[in-house]
Design a protein. Sequence first.
Length: 225
Amino acid sequence: MIDVEEFDPGWQLRTATRRAKSDVANKLVSMFLHSLSRKLCESWKLKIEDEAYLAEVKEVFSARCPYCRTVLTKANVIVEHPDGMNRLRAGLHVPGNVLLACKPCNSEKRRDDSLRVLSLAETGWESFLSHDGTRCDQPCKTCAYWKRMWPEPDHRKVELRQNAQRITRFRAMYLDFERVLPYLKEHLPYYLAVLYKDCQTFADSRIESLMRDFLDKAPIINRNG
């Protein structure tokens, strides 16, 4: 049941308005990351859609979610990037960073992927798998997610550790990816931050300019008084 007392329609509407510009900037960041990914794949002579890559994903993860080991089906599967493809995590759509996961884990992991500073691990996916219920200030939504998955504390820690190790081993299979990863982590976020800021600045100035031009010519505003 929705708690009417806690629902703030004003906050909801203001959030939607602010989100519009950031959505455009985030889309450009995504386009940049996908374009860079294509160039890297061309130089590595290996693509995500290659049968060899698909076979290796299947062999290592056995058609199960890499985070929770849930069996994947058409109803619950989604393409997943351990290093999230956003300006903070700077992940790429390249072999070694593309898996198949369940939709719940993909959704829950976004909290760690959206953090400016990670306190539990160096990467978003490792941070996601570090919420064992002992390291966060409670209540923590991600800790609660894993507690529902594996209620017994020791079992939960074992599962999270083993799943993290499996992902690490898989990524280590792709030497080209591992070779460029340190440089990407150090330098790429700066360029993405510049792109994000420039996009928002351009959007502000261009929207205002076009809006003035349109309203000067459009007979839709009452100018009397």
